[in-house]
Ligand binder design. Structure first.
Ligand code: TYD
Ligand code: ZN
Length: 407
């Protein structure tokens, strides 16, 4: 049993993943001995519908000085955030006088750079010092702190209230959602909006993408749970739009209650969620079984290929891959290395499983027989880049939505 972080109702976990390391905690050999593990369990609150981790490591364990996540490395994400900024501009900024945009978890400024280019007042709040420094070097106003009600009050008196508060792939990371929601509510102008997007629970259940569940993702949101969580702080959902990013995300638009018309998308998606059974315990019991089957199939496939003497590598040292490797018990005896373009990850080892991370050259210089696509959310971008691998006879192993091999 644990207490729901939103409404404090008792929740009993429906699934345990066993001992998990920090998903983004890529480490050196010397650090193996002191590696941090925790029991990863998930549950859904029967009162407010929030899907959440039972326990979560301390933020300091997860978002440290050398946090290895850089938003700007994917070409597709670059264009996504260009479009995101254009959407904010068109819908909520262009007709306002001297608007002010606050982004939580602004990372290296992948989105705010477009807001800055348009000459709008902006502020990024980014606790990870190394990525915040990159944003500052691009001239993006950035504060290295964790967002809270307290910080929101200080920002409001220092800079004035915000027209738009936004974040992407950040809200679902913040355990004290009540403090953040209260902070945002106090920071917004009466006609301001909160726009955020995160991986969508409906897609995770449908695609059996259990790899979206890891320490940083303390919540997996649905339209219903987001509506419930923010209504406690005077904000209501006025629109929702599905997104392709991260294998299926949802963009939520919230405004002070009664300040804007509510678009039909909100009730339409609530109906979709009822039809999918997101409020029914059976759905999660089935999800757990689906995950077990997915794990067994992936392990069996890898075992069979190893018996045939095939070389298998991982592609994309994603945070998600940490859940797959540790939940499935896949290690360096199965996967030679994981290739990843992030310099900070290269030369290190994957959390828990301790598979070496190598650069892209390792892959192109000596193609394996099979590449297990951990970065499946970037499949199109990667497949078009790796035409030579395919032509050389290389095969891809996918595990979402099902375990299969493709040429
Ligand atoms: P990301 O999609 O952010 O997933 P997660 O949130 O689970 O960490 O991470 C993608 C990772 O894949 C990142 O480490 C960079 C790597 N990558 C490549 O190595 N090559 C590529 O072509 C792409 C698109 C990503
Ligand atoms: Zn709850």
């Amino acid at each position: 049993m644990f207490k729901c972080r939103v409404c404090h109702t008792d929740v009993s976990p429906f699934m345990t993943f066993g001992q998990m390391p920090i998903a983004n905690g890529f480490l050196t050999e010397e650090q193996f001995e002191d590696e941090f593990f925790y029991e990863m369990e998930v549950g859904v609150c029967s009162a407010c519908s929030m899907f959440q981790l039972a326990g979560q490591p301390e933020p300091q364990q997860m978002f440290h000085q050398s946090y290895a996540f850089y938003s700007s490395l994917s070409a597709h994400m670059q264009s996504h955030f260009g479009n995101f900024a254009a959407y904010l501009d068109e819908e909520y900024l262009s007709r306002r006088i001297d608007p002010f945009v606050v982004e939580l978890g602004s990372n290296d400024g992948i989105m705010l750079q477009h807001i800055k280019e348009r000459g709008y007042r902006h502020l990024g709040v980014e606790p990870s010092a190394n990525v915040a420094d990159i944003a500052r070097s691009k001239g993006i106003e950035t504060l290295s702190e964790f967002f809270s009600l307290d910080l929101a009050l200080r920002l409001g008196s220092l800079h004035g209230k915000a027209d738009v508060v936004t974040c992407a792939n950040v809200m679902c990371h913040i355990p004290d959602i009540n403090s953040v929601a209260a902070g945002i509510a106090s920071l917004l102008k009466p006609d301001g909006v909160l726009v955020f997007e995160d991986p969508y629970l409906g897609n995770v259940i449908e695609k059996i993408s259990y790899d979206q569940i890891y320490d940083e993702h303390v919540f997996l949101f649905s339209v219903r749970s987001v509506g419930n969580a923010f209504s406690r702080h005077g904000l209501e959902l006025v629109d929702v739009t599905p997104q392709e990013t991260h294998g299926g995300s949802m963009r939520y638009i919230l405004a002070p209650k009664g300040s804007r018309p509510i678009k039909p998308s909100v009730s339409e998606w609530l109906q979709v969620e009822s039809r999918q059974g997101l409020d029914v315990q059976d759905t999660y019991d089935k999800f757990k079984k689906d995950c077990d089957v997915s794990r067994m199939k992936l392990k069996n496939l890898i075992k069979a290929l190893k018996i045939e003497g095939k070389r298998i590598v991982g592609y994309g040292a994603t945070s998600k891959s940490t859940s797959v490797l540790n939940y499935c018990g896949i290690g360096p005896e199965d996967i030679e290395y994981i290739t990843d373009t992030t310099p900070l990850k290269q030369g290190k080892f994957s959390p828990g499983a301790h598979i070496p991370i190598r650069g892209h050259d390792a892959f192109t210089g000596d193609y394996p027989d099979y590449a297990l696509l951990f970065a499946w959310n970037h499949a199109n971008e990667i497949f078009s880049k790796e035409g030579d691998y395919k032509r050389s006879g290389g095969k891809w192993i996918l595990f979402v939505p099902e375990v299969k091999v493709i040429n």
